[in-house]
Design a protein around this ligand. Structure first.
Ligand code: HEC
Length: 138
């Protein structure tokens, strides 16, 4: 039983340190979204600009932002959504690494095209921050 108590204490410790860290990480995450240009084309407020708003993006089927006309999306992104693409930590991370290549792989179609004029973000730590940020904009 003793080790269980120790484990519980360790978990409580981790939780406490996460709570302390939450505020600065959140600020870094928002910064990463701006710094890596996402904010040039996407709001997180529900307002659509060059790209669809990313408010509530997690768990949503690709190509289905409410009020963003489906004709504004690329055929490839719509097709990916119809094939079952849902946005989560993993799929967003892979998509923003290289949007065009991601769609080509996902659709198994070498001609797939993305309308997101963004070559991709190679820095893993920045992608992780952006994913964290998108999880917070419900
Ligand atoms: C130059 C403008 C531009 C930039 C920069 C940009 N995007 Fe996009 N984004 C778009 C457009 C346009 C689409 C629609 C793509 C399509 O239809 O193929 C899109 C689509 C998306 C989608 C899918 C939305 C949906 O409704 O299915 C996600 C997620 C996304 N972008 C995240 C990001 C992130 C994160 C960044 C920063 C790393 C970023 N975008 C940078 C314009 C941009």
């Amino acid at each position: 039983m003793k080790h269980l108590t120790l484990m519980a204490a360790a978990v409580a410790g981790i939780t406490a340190s996460m709570m302390v860290a939450a505020a600065p990480v959140q600020a870094d995450a928002a910064k990463a979204f701006k710094k890596n240009r996402c904010a040039q084309c996407h709001t997180v407020s529900g307002k659509h600009t060059i790209g669809p708003s990313l408010k509530g993006i997690m768990g949503r089927k690709a190509g289905t932002a409410e009020g963003y006309k489906s004709s504004r999306y690329s055929d490839s992104l719509i097709a990916a959504g119809e094939k079952g693409l849902v946005w989560n930590d993993k799929t967003i991370d892979a998509y923003i690494t290289n949007p065009k290549q991601f769609l080509r792989d996902y659709l198994d179609d070498p001609k797939a095209r993305s309308k997101m004029a963004y070559p991709g973000l190679k820095k893993e730590d920045q992608r992780a921050l952006i994913v964290e940020y998108l999880n917070s904009v419900k």
